[in-house]
Design a protein around this ligand. Structure first.
Ligand SMILES: CC(C)(COP(=O)(O)OP(=O)(O)OC[C@H]1O[C@@H](n2cnc3c(N)ncnc32)[C@H](O)[C@@H]1OP(=O)(O)O)[C@@H](O)C(=O)NCCC(=O)NCCS
Length: 526
C-alpha cells in the first residue's frame, strides 16, 4: 500500500515556514498555532535553509539559551535532507530510518510544498501491517534493524541528528554536569530523581548491596587465571556465577519490586567483581570497597588501593553517568530479549556483557589513546592524520553511526579532560582540532565529528584506569542502563520472537535417492 502512495498524499500541507530572522519565542508561537512539530526555515529570498523543530527549541532552552533574543538560524538543522512531492512514502520511511529525523521538508521543484512527519509515514505503514495486501510477502526489516522501533521504553532515547540523548526525559549531559552517580542511578532504576531522604536510603542500599557471595569470591582467582583471560570475559563468567549463588529466580515468577532489588544488587556488585578479577589477574590482593565512598570513588579505590582525589572521582563520575544508557543499543536489546523469555537477571546481564564484548559495540577507547601515542607530538599530527586517511584508515574517536553532529558525550568529556588538565589533555585538544580540519578536507560531506571514545580514554587514563579496563568501566556503568531495561521489560513483558524471511532452497526438498540407507544397515548390524 505504501508503495502506491506518494509523499504528497500524506504530508502536512501547506508547509509551515518561518523566516530565519525570527526568534525562538516567535517560532514557538507559529508551531503552536499550526499544531505541528517542525517548520521549514527560509532565507530572505524564500530559499530553504533549515528545519526547526519543537525539540530544537526545547533543547536550546534547556541549554540556557534565551528564546526571546536567539534567532532560529542559530538552533535549526542546517541544509536539511529533503524529499520530493513525487517520492513514494516508502522512500520517505527509508530516509527517516537512515537519518533519524522526525520531520522532512517536501520539495516541489525549489519550493517547500509540505512537511513530512514520521508520524504520517508510520501511520500509513501501520495500516498496511494490520491490513496485509492479499498474498503479498511479509516485509523484511532493514538489516541491522536500523530505524525499526521494536519496543516502547521510558528509560531514554538518542536523537542522533540533534546531538542529544536523555534519560527519562532529562538531558543526559546536564545530568552528568549536575548530579551524582547515585542520583542518576536512582532516576534510571526507580523512575524519578530522588529527594534528599530517598537519595540517602538508596545510597545506603547500594553500599550494602556491594557484598559479593562468598562462593563467588572463592572462584574469582580461578577465573582470573584462565589462559584466555580478558576483563570482560571474566566479568561475564562472574556475573553468571553470582546469579546462581544469589539463587535468582526467573523474572516471570517474581514481583516487580523484587526484580528491582535484584537489579540493584547486580549493578552494585559489578564493579566489585571487576576490580577483584583485575587485581587477582595481576597477583594483587583484593581491596574491599570503602562504604564512605560513592560508586565512582570506590571504583578507583578498589582498583588502585588508594583513596582518589575528589576531582578524579568527579571526572570519572561524569564519564560513568554519560555512559549509563544510550538508547536501544545491541546489548540493551540483548538484555531485553533474554528477559522477555522470563529468564533471570543474571542471565540477561551475562548476555548483555557478551554483546558489549564485541568490537562493533564495546569498541575500544584504548585505540583512540593509542593513536595519540602513535602521533607523539603536535607537530606530527597533521602528517600522521593525512597519511592515515589517505591510506584508507579510520581515525579512532571520530565518526558515529547515529550522531551526524557533535556527539554530546565527547563535548562534555572534552571539558572534563581539560579541567583535569595535563599534557595529554592539551595534546588531545590539538589533535582533535587538526583531525576535524583534515577530515573535513579529505572526507567532505561525510559529517564526521569527535565521538565519545576520543576523550574517554584521556579521562580514564588521567584518573588511573589502565587501558584494558576502559571497556569494562563502560560495562560497569552500562549495567545501570541494562538493569533499568530489564526491569522495564519484566514489568510489561511479551516474549520477543520475531521471524526471518526464509531464502534457502524451495521446500519441501526430497532426500537424495537411497540417502540414509547406510545408516539403517549400520543400525541393524548393532
Ligand atoms: C563509528 C563508525 C564505525 C561509524 O561508521 P558509519 O556510520 O558506518 O560510517 P561509514 O562506514 O558509512 O563511513 C562513511 C564515510 O566516512 C568515512 N569515515 C567514517 N569514520 C571515519 C573515521 N573515523 N576516519 C576517517 N574516515 C571515516 C568512511 O571512510 C566513509 O568514507 P567514504 O564515503 O569515502 O567511503 C566509523 O565512524 C568509525 O569506524 N570510526 C572510527 C572508530 C571509532 O571511533 N569507533 C568508536 C565509535 S563510538
Amino acid at each position: 500500500m505504501t508503495a502506491s502512495l506518494t509523499v504528497a498524499d500524506v504530508m502536512h500541507k501547506p508547509a509551515v515556514v518561518v523566516p530565519d530572522i525570527i526568534t525562538l519565542a516567535q517560532a514557538s508561537v507559529i508551531l503552536d498555532a499550526a499544531n505541528v512539530g517542525a517548520a521549514a526555515v527560509l532565507d530572505s529570498q524564500g530559499r530553504l535553509i533549515g528545519m526547526v523543530s519543537e525539540r530544537d527549541l526545547l533543547r536550546s532552552v534547556g541549554h540556557g539559551v534565551d528564546p526571546a533574543i536567539t534567532k532560529v538560524d542559530e538552533v535549526m538543522t542546517k541544509d536539511p535532507v529533503t524529499v520530493s512531492v513525487s517520492d513514494t512514502v516508502e522512500h520517505g520511511l527509508e530516509v527517516f530510518r537512515e537519518r533519524r529525523f522526525r520531520h522532512l521538508p517536501v520539495m516541489d521543484g525549489d519550493k517547500v510544498a509540505g512537511i513530512l512527519s514520521i508520524r504520517h509515514v508510520v501511520r500509513v505503514a501501520h495500516i498496511e501491517e494490520v491490513q496485509p495486501a492479499g498474498s503479498a510477502p511479509p516485509g523484511l526489516a532493514p538489516r541491522g534493524l536500523e530505524g525499526v522501533a521494536v519496543a516502547e521504553t521510558s528509560v531514554g532515547d538518542v536523537r542522533g541528528e540533534e546531538g542529544f540523548f536523555h534519560y527519562r526525559g532529562y538531558n543526559a549531559t546536564e545530568l552528568a554536569r549536575r548530579c551524582s552517580f547515585e542520583q542518576v542511578w536512582h532516576l534510571l532504576s526507580e523512575g524519578e530523581l530522588p529527594d534528599d531522604a530517598q537519595l540517602k536510603a538508596f545510597t545506603r542500599l547500594a553500599v550494602e548491596a556491594r557484598s559479593i557471595p562468598e562462593q563467588v569470591a572463592d572462584l574469582l582467582p580461578k577465573i582470573a587465571s584462565l589462559p584466555g583471560y580478558t576483563p570482560l570475559m571474566a566479568l561475564r563468567s562472574a556475573v553468571s556465577l553470582a546469579g546462581a549463588a544469589l539463587e535468582q529466580q526467573p523474572t516471570l515468577d517474581i514481583p516487580a519490586d523484587e526484580v528491582r532489588r535484584e537489579c540493584l544488587k547486580m549493578a552494585a556488585i559489578v564493579p566489585v567483581l571487576l576490580m577483584r578479577l583485575h587485581r587477582h589477574h595481576l597477583g594483587l590482593p583484593p581491596v574491599e570497597p570503602d562504604p564512605d565512598l560513592g560508586y565512582a570513588g570506590s571504583y578507583i579505590q578498589m582498583l588502585t588501593g588508594q583513596r582518589p582525589h575528589d576531582r578524579e572521582i568527579r571526572a570519572l563520575e561524569q564519564y560513568l553517568i554519560l555512559t549509563m544508557d544510550h538508547g536501544f543499543n545491541s546489548s540493551t536489546f540483548t538484555a531485553r530479549v533474554i528477559t522477555s523469555t522470563g529468564s533471570d537477571i543474571g542471565s540477561a546481564l551475562t548476555g548483555a556483557i557478551g554483546a558489549l564484548a564485541g568490537p562493533l559495540h564495546g569498541g575500544a577507547p584504548s585505540r583512540a589513546l593509542a593513536m595519540l601515542d602513535a602521533i607523539g607530538t603536535p607537530d606530527k599530527a597533521e602528517a600522521y592524520l593525512r597519511h592515515e586517511i589517505s591510506s584508507g584508515e579510520r581515525l579512532m574517536g571520530f565518526g558515529h553511526r547515529v550522531y551526524k553532529t557533535d556527539d554530546p558525550r565527547s563535548t562534555l568529556l572534552r571539558e572534563v579532560a581539560t579541567e583535569l588538565g595535563g599534557a595529554q589533555a592539551e595534546f588531545a585538544v590539538q589533535v582533535e582540532r587538526t583531525a576535524l580540519r583534515v577530515l573535513n578536507e579529505l572526507k567532505p560531506g561525510r559529517r564526521l565529528y569527535t565521538n565519545v571514545e576520543f576523550y574517554a580514554g584521556v579521562v580514564m587514563n588521567s584518573v588511573g584506569i589502565p587501558p584494558d579496563m576502559f571497556t569494562p568501566t563502560f560495562a560497569s556503568s552500562r549495567t545501570v542502563g541494562w538493569t533499568a531495561a530489564i526491569a522495564e521489560q519484566a514489568a510489561n513483558n511479551r516474549l520477543i520472537r520475531p521471524s526471518a524471511l526464509y531464502v534457502g532452497p524451495q521446500p519441501p526438498r526430497a532426500l537424495p535417492e537411497g540417502y540414509g540407507a547406510a545408516l539403517k544397515s549400520a543400525e541393524l548390524a548393532r
